[in-house]
Design a protein around this ligand. Structure first.
Ligand code: ZN
Length: 414
């Protein structure tokens, strides 16, 4: 394909995916309803619910602005050949292709982050603040930014260097080698997330002896789920939103509970939430999730290997010669419709797993306790009660609350 044709294809994909996303957001916003469903009436206060609707409207409006901004920015960069211009600007200073690529991406990442800081700021300190979620202080905000940069520089730098190195030295079969590397990396992150990455951002303390710990250990013993340790994380440092998860690849698992979750739920509800998570392990969702994400990486790299060496792709972005980093960027844009489709299947699979994990919690512990926990979580996070089915189909990794409640109470779900 000629460089101009490639540029047109890139532009068309950018415009279509932008319009499609906006359309979905719009449809979803239109499906809001002001009445509270009977199942959760007892948990919601009317004014709280109206507040949650307002929160969603405001988030949606804000996202219209931010996505229009990034869309116009990418369009301007593509039409003006800005990416090629940056490549030409940096090239004389770097003999090493890896170094050139790293600096190229670093400039893009930092520049786009600086341009969007006002939006991130507004979202945290104005919107989230207004609806009572925000607990982030200015200090946490700045520290998170710096740590985020550092983490991206180290992890992104290592992976990007390895990728560029393999593309240059091995040739078109680089995708096999990099797939192996990526698989090891994903496994590594899964294994050490709780012990290495999480402590960079949060404080983890072992759960103290008491009713909750006894109840969790009793349940773990009953379903034969070996526990390594139970941690409490200071999620309240940033937000009132709550969560819980497991980590560890080996036989014994670590549990991480948000302090915000413990604060707002009864012991039974907390055990029910953990029972749901145990369900994900017992039903092999975790292993399959890992396998599927590896397959996705392998497929992506294979497609990348078909276009990594095309000089015309670099020229399409305004470059003057073949540059692997320009091609990686173009690939990122061209691949987005394909990754949208694989993401769609991953979401379908994930939603199915959520029902299974809920059913497991009901079977082994208590469906009512889980229902109550889900309602409370939904109230506290002001989650959308009537998302449009089309929006759910494309974007939701978890089924909407009302569907999950219906499934838990035994009503058939298609
Ligand atoms: Zn789940």
């Amino acid at each position: 394909m000629e460089p101009n044709t490639i540029l047109v294809v890139i532009l068309v994909i950018t415009v279509i995916s932008y319009l499609f996303d906006q359309l979905l957001d719009y449809i979803n916003l239109r499906s809001q309803r002001t009445e509270i469903p009977r199942e959760i009436e007892a948990f919601y206060e009317k004014d709280k619910y109206l507040k949650s609707l307002a929160y969603h409207r405001e988030l949606a409006r804000f996202s219209f602005v931010t996505s229009a901004f990034s869309f116009l920015l990418s369009l301007a960069m593509l039409l003006s050949g800005g990416f090629g211009w940056l490549d030409g600007l940096l090239r004389p200073y770097f003999d090493n292709v890896i170094l050139l690529a790293l600096v190229f991406f670093a400039v893009l990442v930092v520049a786009s982050d600086i341009l969007t800081i006002p939006f991130q700021w507004y979202s945290t300190f104005v919107i989230e603040e207004k609806y009572g979620f925000n607990k982030t202080t200015l200090k946490t905000f700045v520290a998170d930014k710096l740590k985020g940069y550092l983490l991206t520089a180290v992890v992104g730098g290592v992976l990007m260097s390895a990728l560029i190195h393999l593309i240059h030295t091995i040739g078109p079969t680089f995708w096999i080698w990099f797939s192996v590397l990526a698989a090891v990396f994903v496994l590594f992150v899964n294994m050490f997330y709780t012990s290495l990455i999480l402590p960079l951002f949060n404080k983890l303390t072992p759960l103290q002896d008491g009713d909750l710990k006894t109840a969790i250990e009793k349940f773990a013993l009953k379903v034969d789920f070996p526990l390594d340790n139970i941690f409490v994380i200071d999620g309240s440092k940033r937000s009132k939103k709550a969560n819980a998860f497991f980590s560890g690849i080996g036989k014994k698992k670590k549990i991480v509970l948000y302090d915000t979750l413990i604060e707002n739920h009864t012991t039974d509800e907390l055990v029910a939430v953990l029972a749901h998570e145990v369900g994900h392990f017992k039903k092999k969702h975790v292993i399959w999730g890992y396998v599927l994400s590896i397959l996705q990486i392998v497929f992506t790299l294979f497609v990348l290997s078909r276009m990594a060496y095309s000089e015309n792709v670099s020229l399409a972005l305004g470059g003057s010669q073949l540059a692997i980093h320009l091609n990686l960027l173009a690939f990122g844009i061209l691949f987005s419709p394909i990754s949208g489709i694989t993401g769609l299947f991953m979401n379908m699979y994930s939603r199915r797993n959520e029902y299974e994990a809920d059913a497991y919690a009901k079977e082994t512990f208590d469906g009512t306790a889980l229902s109550n926990a889900l309602k409370r979580l939904s109230v506290d996070s002001l989650s959308d009660l009537y998302p449009h089915p089309l929006y759910v189909f494309f974007h939701y990794s978890h089924p909407p609350l009302l569907r999950r409640l219906a499934a838990l109470s035994g009503v058939a779900v298609q």
